[in-house]
Ligand binder design. Structure first.
Ligand code: SAM
Ligand code: SF4
Length: 327
């Protein structure tokens, strides 16, 4: 019989976000500090075999969905090989990827063949100069990567746009048109005060209700559903196939339906994006614990899952920035 992971607040945990690296080839200014170099060393990265084992055991504990993330996951060598191994695990029904798409042009087809079905790409602007300002990188590689993902048959391809006042909020309508034209799904995200970078970006925070109301003046927005098990609330733009998701961790948190945990590249389980609660698995794995013992440790970790984040009342609390946890 398949077991289920349930936390102290009665939430079933069936979704794991797997960070395969804390490194990245971009430096989004709300995420990773410029010049940051204090990365995990390779000896401390979980190997593919260790990752596969942890995910297999999570699968036996009822986890159905895995999202590969980072840092930038495509920076980790041989990612398609890992994806093939994870996709083959019993119980894992949905394997997806979050990427900045800089390296997707070459890797889209192998990753699709490996069994990744859905992909989310971060893209906050369509303008090359702004892209450079926000991320330090070049937008053409990202646009080529996005188109390669579409060509390779990922369905859906979702664009994640962190909306920041005075930075890119004037581009919301352009992004809507871009996504209609290319058949992408669009998701807006509120900035979160994760680490100093996130806290700085929070100065440009916009509640997404503002963006929703602005779009509602221009388009007819109809409530919609979208598969994926995430916290976004969706609308469809009438007369088009475009779905727009609003992810509002700040203005309307969704902690009571949280179904996920995060495994970082060094084998630490993080129980909440906005809290320090964590449980280290790497040393236990390397000390030779059995699968049964691993299951007990995972349940102990789940027991530490906090009821909710404290971004609003204790924004100074979290030192970790997003790419360290696995966003
Ligand atoms: N590198 C990949 C990417 O950018 O999609 C995957 C990892 S990234 C950490 C995952 C997501 O976290 C991205 O959509 C990014 O925009 C988001 N993110 C990072 N820092 C954030 C912050 N302070 N507030 C809101 N979203 C943030
Ligand atoms: Fe890299 Fe993604 Fe963080 Fe940007 S949001 S710095 S692409 S990990």
């Amino acid at each position: 019989m398949v077991q289920q992971l349930t936390d102290k607040f009665g939430r079933t945990i069936e979704y794991l976000r797997l960070s395969v690296t804390d490194r990245c080839d971009l430096r989004c200014n709300y995420c990773m500090p410029e010049g940051f170099k204090d990365f995990e060393v390779p000896e401390d990265w979980l190997s593919f075999a260790e990752i596969e084992r942890v995910i297999r055991v999570f699968g036996e504990l009822g986890t159905r969905r895995i999202r590969i993330t980072g840092g930038e996951p495509l920076v980790r060598k041989n990612l398609a090989e890992l994806a093939t191994r994870l996709a083959a695990l019993p119980g894992i029904e949905d394997l997806s990827l979050s990427s900045n798409a800089t390296r997707l042009q070459k890797q889209a087809v192998p990753l699709k063949q490996a069994g990744i079905s859905r992909i989310n790409v971060s893209l906050d602007t369509l303008r090359a100069d702004r892209f450079k300002e926000i991320t330090g990188g070049k937008i053409d590689k990202v646009l080529k990567g996005l188109m390669a993902a579409k060509e390779a048959g990922f369905q859906p391809v979702k664009i994640n746009m962190v909306v920041m006042r005075g930075v890119n909020d004037d581009e919301v309508e352009e992004m809507v048109q871009f996504c209609i034209e290319h058949d992408f799904t669009l998701r807006f995200i509120e900035t979160m005060p994760m680490g100093d970078t996130g806290r700085n970006a929070s100065l440009q925070y916009i509640p997404l209700s503002e963006i929703h109301d602005r779009l509602a003046k221009k388009y007819t927005l109809i409530q919609a559903k979208m598969n994926g098990g995430g916290p976004a609330r969706y609308v469809r733009v009438e007369g088009t196939e475009l779905r727009i998701g609003f992810i509002t961790p700040m203005s309307q948190h969704f902690c009571d339906t949280c179904n996920r945990v995060r495994l970082s590249v060094d084998g630490t389980l993080y129980l909440c994006l906005g809290q320090e609660a964590s449980y280290p698995l790497r040393e236990l794995l390397r000390a030779g614990i059995t699968d049964e013992e691993l299951k007990q440790h995972i349940q102990k970790a789940i027991d530490l899952k906090p009821e909710k984040h404290e971004f609003n009342n204790k924004p100074e609390k979290l030192v970790r920035f997003m790419s360290m946890t696995g966003g």
